[in-house]
Design a protein around this ligand. Sequence first.
Ligand code: C5P
Length: 235
Amino acid sequence: MRAPIAVALDAPDLETLARWSFETSPYVSTLKVGLEVFCRDGAEAVMAARDGALRAGAPDTRIFLDLKLHDIPATVAGAARAVHALAPDFLTVHAAGGAEMISAAANALPDTRITAVTVLTSLDDSVLEAIGMRGPSMDAAVRLAVLAVGAGARAIVCSPLEVSAIRAAVPADITLITPGVRPAGAGVQDQKRVATPESALASGADLLVIGRPITGAQDPGAVARGLRDSLLETT
Ligand code: C5P
C-alpha cells in the first residue's frame, strides 16, 4: 500500500529530482513537479520524475504538475494543451482566474484533474483586504472551491485548516489536496499554518503535499516509508 502523499520534488537539479523520485515512489501515490523546477527544466523534469518511479517499480505513480496557471481563458487553455503530452494526473490553476478560465483548462485537458488553488496559504486576511478580495480567508477558500468545482475542477488545493469546510461544500469525488503538512516533531520551515498528516486526513483531505520533511532528510525513502507505515497504522 502506498500513502496518499504527493512528494514535492522541489529539487536543485534533475539528477536529485530523479533520485528523490526513485527513493520515495514505492511508498507514496504521487510526485509533484512545481513551478521552479518546471521553469528551469521544463518537460524533462516530469520525465525524470516518471523515470525514477519506473526504475523503482512504481509505474502507476501519479504526476502532479503544480504550475498554478492564471491568465485569460485562451492562454490557460493553450498552456494546458502545451503540457498534454506529459499527461499529468493533476494540473493546478488559480481559482481566482474565474469560472471561464477553469472551464477552458478542463476542456483542454479532459483526462487530467484540473486542480484549483483557492487562497494561497501565504496570504492572510490583511493581504486579502489589500488586494480587494472579500475575506476572511476561510470564506474566500470555500467560495472559490465551490466556484471552481462548478466550472469543471476535479481537485482543490487548500490549507489543512480549510479542508473540513470545503469537504462539506463540494461533492465527495472531488480530491482535496493540502500542503502545509508536517509530521509531529518535524521542522515547519516557512509554512505558517501546519497540520499533521493524521489530522489533515481526518479533516477530509485526500492527498497530502509534503516536501522538505521528506526530501530534506538524509534518507528520503526511509522517511517516506515511515510516514506510509504510520499512516497505515492509524487509518
Ligand atoms: O517543503 P514543503 O512541505 O513546505 O513543500 C510544500 C510544497 O507545496 C511546495 O512545493 C510548495 O510550493 C507547495 N505549496 C504550498 N502552499 C500552498 C500551495 C503549494 O506549500 N498553498
